[in-house]
Design a protein around this ligand. Structure first.
Ligand code: SF4
Length: 293
């Protein structure tokens, strides 16, 4: 059986992830060690690689130990409270928050003030415990309602001015589904007179990755998807991709590959999340070639 292995050209780290890794690497060239608050990005393999160069991860409850020392902030951003605590402990912050996330923090801060003035509500389509969402909450006055699925809309009041935002790594198709469901709820509850603003805040670096992945898989039988299991973007893309092939496997490391997966199918596509480094996709490609060719 002829084996064909191809890496998805659309895969690889997004601009924000590349920037954060570049900042960490640049700093580690000049010092023995560097502390980072939480995972710099959502990819364990990349974090392990940086740890070998001196990166170490600390949690929020260890901030006091960083007093008067340097601290790198992750790509997903931090709430204002982190900056206040850091100032109290005279921590020297190096902020690797993605500029697109920074922009969203600013936009949501302004939107929350506007909704407060109008007795309205701010809704975010996102994952409640995702680092980006937890940070965004800190920039909003009043309550931020977080919804991750259509069912979550049931408990919301439709009779209020409303502004909708999306977590940067959410996909437009899912966001539209939520918005359409909310519009229907408003009609049903006679609330269509209240203002509704829908802000397209999904990151353009990921907005069409699902469609690109589907296109890449057009002539593939097997998908090998490389990502950290912590990556919501990775889990989403894998679920999109697995419907398009005969077999799909989610791995975080090439050592997880098994020859038996390729007994019947040899048209193999390798793809990954926006936080998956290119070197990991290349290593997966090499391992597969050694195994099958
Ligand atoms: S997905 Fe977009 S917003 Fe998120 S880190 Fe990457 S470039 Fe920034």
């Amino acid at each position: 059986m002829k084996t064909n292995i191809e890496i998805d050209k659309g895969a690889g780290p997004c601009f924000g992830v590349q920037r954060a890794i570049g900042m960490a690497e640049g700093l580690l060239k000049e010092r023995e060690e560097l502390a980072c608050l939480g995972d710099l990005i959502h990819n364990d393999e990349e974090i392990e690689r940086l740890k070998k160069s001196g990166l170490h991860i600390i949690s929020h409850c260890q901030l006091a130990e960083q007093s008067k020392k340097e601290l790198l902030l992750r790509a997903h951003g931090e709430p204002p409270s982190t900056f206040r605590i850091a100032a109290n402990f005279e921590i020297d912050l190096v902020d690797a928050t993605c500029p697109i996330v920074k922009q969203l923090q600013k936009q949501m801060n302004e939107a929350s003030k506007k909704m407060e003035e109008q007795n309205g509500q701010l809704i975010l389509f996102g994952d409640l415990y995702h680092a980006e969402v937890m940070a965004l909450k800190g920039y909003c006055r009043g309550d931020l309602h977080c919804v991750s699925k259509v069912e979550d809309l049931a408990s919301l009041n439709s009779k209020k001015p409303t502004m909708f935002f999306s977590q940067t790594t959410k996909y437009q198709s899912d966001y539209h589904e939520i918005i359409n469901a909310f519009r229907k709820k408003r009609v049903k509850e006679h609330a269509s007179d209240f203002s509704l603003e829908v802000i397209d805040s999904a990151c353009k670096q990921v907005a069409k990755r699902d469609l690109q992945l589907v296109d890449f898989l057009k002539d593939k039988e097997v998908l090998i998807f490389v990502s950290s299991r912590k990556s919501s973007n990775g889990n989403y893309l894998f679920n999109v991709g697995k419907k398009k092939v005969k077999a799909a496997y989610f791995i975080s490391n090439p050592s997880e590959l098994q020859k038996s997966w390729f007994k019947f199918y040899r048209k193999i596509g390798i793809s990954g999340a926006t936080s998956t480094p290119l070197w990991l996709l290349e290593e997966t490609n090499l391992r597969l070639r050694e195994m099958l060719m």
